[in-house]
Design a binder for this molecule. Structure first.
Ligand SMILES: Cc1cc2nc3c(=O)[nH]c(=O)nc-3n(C[C@H](O)[C@H](O)[C@H](O)COP(=O)(O)OP(=O)(O)OC[C@H]3O[C@@H](n4cnc5c(N)ncnc54)[C@H](O)[C@@H]3O)c2cc1C
Length: 387
């Protein structure tokens, strides 16, 4: 007989399950997919190439506590993700840096532009495209406009399925423009990949005698939620043990306030008879009409093969009927309001704990979800202490 139930065997669910198992609780994990590891799932294809099924993932954090946590369960190797963008037939680093200026300007123009940038930003190492577009210096502004027209506007519009003129400029603040030759997608102190695989990392987290996993099982097949009741029903019986739910709230409440909107992705895989397809593991193609990025898996991490494998990433609207995956929540006043209603409806259920990117209707990086899951463990401990 289990002492706790966790719905979802992704990062959030697995970390919480392990914590409870170490507290001597018997934990049952319910997972709808036929595999563990949630969106961090990876596998070896027929040619032995390690492929990440739900898009490219690298772990990065500034937080030593989180880095120490992942090191308990796997060996990690340093891996600084290098991304590039393909513009006008050339690869250039992303975030854009001084190399980008060299790539698209003549030697004299590039020299002057970099000098102007250094003087204007006076030692600052990065800025945002939004600030640059507003810059008083006309030469810098025209560089920003070049980047906006050739990349930011096209990529963002395609990613979110909107027209470039409808882009909320604030979303462009997330990707910096570097004001030096510094390369690399992230600045975090710890940037690593698992030495074996993400799935191996999950196997180690979940390898505990108190953890049982039931795959291919929908939450709704075993859970019953009545928002007027203080406890959840599991397998037809009311239970007062912690039930941790890491799935989507709209689904749990039968979409009574409507579907929470997401952007999804479709990956098209190609095995190619060459050792290298593109200049970086992840390359954005803003000028392509249909797809946004290509990931080359033999570069993530580096795998010495005489063939390579790429995944072309097509953004699309998430659609329940077509069983697409919900990847990026579309946050609008309306959707945030809808989510708030679902959350409020569930708030009186005492033994239901919500955690995870789906349950929070938020995009989280892996380190952020790890931190959330660890905080949730404290909340559950406190609750268990009072019972
Ligand atoms: C394309 C892409 C690339 C990314 N790259 C990075 C990166 O490079 N670095 C980084 O730090 N982060 C990255 N992320 C974010 C990372 O994927 C998330 O932080 C992480 O997966 C969140 O873990 P989670 O447990 O909340 O959710 P998930 O991994 O989605 O796990 C939830 C699990 O619950 C299961 N589940 C859901 N509902 C039910 C139900 N009703 N019944 C049963 N089971 C259910 C799901 O099947 C899933 O296995 C990326 C995300 C995307 C979309």
């Amino acid at each position: 007989m289990e002492d706790c139930i966790v719905i979802g065997c992704g990062f959030a669910g697995s970390v919480i399950a392990r914590h409870l198992a170490e507290k001597n609780k018997k934990v049952l994990i319910i997972e709808r997919r036929n595999h563990i590891a949630g969106n961090m799932y990876d596998f070896r294809d027929e040619n032995g190439i390690l492929v990440q099924k739900y898009g490219p993932h690298t772990f990065h954090t500034t937080n030593k506590k989180l880095y120490d946590y992942i090191n308990r369960f796997a060996e990690w190797v340093p891996f600084e993700l290098k991304c590039m963008t393909y513009i006008d037939g050339k690869f250039t680093p992303t975030p854009f840096n001084f190399q980008t200026i060299d790539d698209y300007y003549t030697f004299e123009e590039a020299y002057l532009l970099k000098k102007r940038i250094k003087e204007y930003y006076n030692g600052q190492d990065k800025t945002t495209i939004v600030e640059m577009l507003d810059c008083e210096d006309e030469t810098i502004r025209s560089y920003a406009q070049f980047l906006y027209d050739k990349d930011y506007s096209l990529y963002t519009a395609k990613q979110w399925g909107i027209s470039p003129k409808d882009i909320d400029i604030s979303v462009l603040k997330r990707v910096p423009v570097r004001l030096s030759y510094k390369n690399g997608y992230f600045d975090d102190e710890y940037q690593v990949m698992p030495k074996i695989s993400f799935v191996n990392f999950f196997e180690n987290i979940l390898s505990h005698p108190n953890i049982e996993i039931r795959l291919n099982t929908e939450a709704k097949d075993v859970l019953e939620i009545n928002t007027n009741s203080k406890f959840v029903k599991f397998d037809g019986k009311q239970v007062d043990i912690p039930v941790i739910y890491t799935g989507a709230l709209d689904q749990l409440l039968d979409y009574k306030y409507g579907e929470l909107p997401y952007r999804s992705l479709r990956f098209e895989y190609h095995t190619i008879n060459m050792t290298s397809y593109q200049e970086a593991p992840v390359v954005a193609y803003p000028q392509e009409k249909e797809f946004t990025r290509i990931t080359e898996y033999t570069k993530l991490p580096v795998q010495m093969k005489n063939i390579t494998k790429i995944a072309i990433e097509y953004p699309l609207q998430h659609n329940l009927a077509e069983k697409t995956e919900p990847y990026y929540p579309i946050l609008t006043d309306n959707s945030i309001g809808e989510f708030g209603k679902y959350r409020a409806d569930l708030s009186d259920i005492e033994n239901l704990f919500l955690c995870g990117r789906l349950a929070d209707f938020k995009y989280y990086n892996m380190d952020q979800i790890l931190e959330k899951a660890m905080a949730m463990c404290d909340i559950i401990d406190e609750w268990l202490g009072g019972h």
